[in-house]
Design a binder for this molecule. Sequence first.
Ligand code: ATR
Length: 282
Amino acid sequence: MNRSNQGFIKTGVIGFPISHSLSPVIHNHWIEKYGLSGSYEALNIPPKDLETDLQRLIREGFKGFNLTVPHKELVIPLCDDIDDTARIIGAVNTLWVEDERLKGTNTDKYGFIENLKAKAPGMSCKDGPAVVLGAGGAARAVIRGLLDEGAPEIRLINRTAERAEKLAEDFREPCLTTALWSEKNAALADAALLVNTTTLGMRGQPPLDISLDRLPANAPVCDIVYNPLETKLLGKAKARGHITVDGLGMLLHQARPAFERWYGVLPEIDEDLIIKVKEALR
Ligand code: ATR
C-alpha cells in the first residue's frame, strides 16, 4: 500500500448497478461519528472489469471494499485468501488488503445473528427447530449462523428443491433437512423460528404466501427483506403477536465487522444512523 495514503483510509462498495446501495450512508455516518480520516465510495463496476479495477483501486490506495450483486461470488478467485465463513457461504462481501494480500470474508452470518439477538433477546437458537425459506447466498449465511448458535434442527425449504438439496449436501449437517415448497405451512408446526431469505415480499416482487396458523406463538419471525421495512410476512406475524425481526437490522449489523476491519473501531448502530438509512430508503 502507498504509505503516503495511510492516514486517510479509502474504502467503498463495488456493485453493478450501485446507485441504490445504502452502504455509503452507513459507513460515512460512522467515519464522521468516530472522527476518522477516510471515505467510503459507491463504485459502479461491471463484472468484466472487476479484476483490473480492483487492482487499480488498490494501487490508488483503497484499503477495503464491500461487494454486492453481482460480485459476491465472482470475486472469490481474485482473492489471495478467504476465510472459512466465506468458503461455506460461497460468497465474499468484505475485502481488505493485508501484507499486500487481498483477503475476503462474509459478514452476513454475523449480521443476521447479531440482529436476531438484539431484536429477540429472549430467544435462543437452541430452543427448537428453525424453518428457513430460500436457498441462495443469504440462506447459506443464515443457516451457518443458526448452526453455529446450536440450532437443533433446520428445515430448509426452497421453491427449487434441487437447490435446497445442493445446499444441504454442501453443509453435511445431519440436523439440516429439506422439505418441498408446498410443505412450508406444515413445516411450521413446533418450529421455534421462521426466517424468510427469499426475495418474495421485496418491493416489486410478489408477497410471500404462507399461513402462520401452525407456528407456535413464541417463535420469532425474521425477514431479511428491508425494502419495504415491514413486509406482508412481518405484518401478518405482528398481528398474530410474534416477535418480528426486519432485514434492515441485518444490513446494519453486517456492516459493523467490515468497518472494524478497515478503521479499527467496532461501530455502534445509533438512532441517527437508523433515521438516515430509513430516509435513504424512501
Ligand atoms: P441471495 O443470494 O440474496 O439469497 P438469490 O441467490 O437470488 O439471492 O436467491 C433468491 C432466493 O429467493 C432463492 O431461494 C429463490 O428461489 P429459487 O432457488 O427457487 O430461485 C427465491 N425466490 C425468488 N423468487 C421466488 C418466487 N417467486 N417464489 C419462491 N421463491 C423465490
